[in-house]
Write a protein of this length. Sequence first.
Length: 278
Amino acid sequence: MALFSKLLQKIRGGSTSAGDWQEFEEALIASDLGAKSSAEIIELAKKSKSDEIVTAITNALSAWLSNGNRNLPSNSDRPTTILIVGVNGTGKTTSTAKLISFLKQNKHSVLVAAADTFRAAAVEQLATWGSRLEVEVVTGPANGDPASVAFEAATMAKAANIDYLIIDTAGRLHTKSGLMDELGKIQRVIEKILPVDEVLLVVDATTGQNGIVQAKIFMESVAVTGLILTKMDGSAKGGIALAIERECGIPIKFIGTGESAADLEAFDPARYLNGLFS
């Protein structure tokens, strides 16, 4: 994912041609950084001295990252409620399982609501994860009302004073307004019992710029507070994290780096930026 290593080698070698600059810009665009951002970085690189270029680019990239809180919220007097949203195929249910594992490892009690009532396989998958991770999973009838499942889970979490309530919603196409409106209904129903503290949008990092489109449309329906970027285990292109934070202003809180329950990492901006140069 070292986007800038080849660029740095050329500049430090003192033999950068117009063709080289064009090649570098195309490589940045191909990395999902976006055309505008790629052009800005190339112009900055052209103006910078060879011994100052890393600092100059790092400062520019840092300014593009969100200033939002990257930590999960936590409440001492009531359950902390997390809503998981995303389109079909992003790894949303698997990310829910990974988040359960992350919280359990940090000694938190967790209750899960399987609010994807339209896809039996998703409920079964989450129930299997729940059994494996030793957490209760609240389910409802097939094709039932997802908001009812969420309401029941919120009631149970409050009564038992659970640390975290995680609600896995149905994957939905961001182009379908009816399905998007349903998310708002689920959130309103939950908030009759408990505040929704976090709305995590799961985005497949390999979808590139389309992930930004998804994020912006989801933001119109629910108050997205953070992102989980999945498939960041080598198949993704490095620029998408910068691009989505710059365009949407939402902090990436976790990245998925594999298929097992343990393959979820808190996003570290400094480590990410360092990785772009080496």
